[in-house]
Design a protein around this ligand. Sequence first.
Ligand code: 5RP
Length: 240
Amino acid sequence: MTLDAASMKKIVAEAAVNKYVKDGMNVGLSTGSTAYYAIKRIGELVESGYDLTCVATSVQSEELARECGIKVVDVDEVDKLDVTIDGADEVDPRMQLVKGLGGALLREKIVAAATVKEIIVVDGSKLVDKLGTKAPLPVEVLRFGHLHTKYALERQGCKAELRMKDEEPFITDGGNYIYDCRFDGIDSPFFLESRIDVIPGVVENGLFLNTAVDVLICDENGEVRHMADTTPKPEELPVR
Ligand code: 5RP
């Protein structure tokens, strides 16, 4: 039997929580339809007696977590997070990621940076040979001067489209806009990130490089596999 996307997301999110979340941990809560199932499962662990301290990456996830009885604190109230269970929009063979179609990339990147084990949960549709071939790269930008920021983004070789919601620009939890940048594949993610990060008005980009320590993937049969990162990391350094 072939599973639908929601079933695959549930299976993989629960598998990650069951494997990586232990009693007493500080846990990061991601945002999105896969993260939804992880938060629900974490809620069950709390109900069963686990003492977990959690940090949410969006207002939406914080609300869901509180509904599930999970203790949520501000990220600055913890010195680190032991584990974060996070979704992704693209995963390449080196476990490099594009994230942010759910609009929470800024807080997700801050939380990921404070996390010891960043665990990614996806269904097989998120796997790509090269980043930027399926999903656009979301870039969060200040509203002030955003058209000039867009022009600078497009000079990096993409078509940048302002994200809309209900016929208005989408506003992030940080009060910013998002440009979805459509590339014809990203050849050098580290170099591109270094170019994007120096554009005035850019707040954060959706490339999550050398961030994941494990990626769990659920296939259409409901089998979960771990993506082992056995290949050496590229020696590319950001050029600033
Ligand atoms: C939110 C994200 C999500 O993790 C990403 O968009 C995947 O979402 P979903 O699990 O709904 O496919 O980065 O900012």
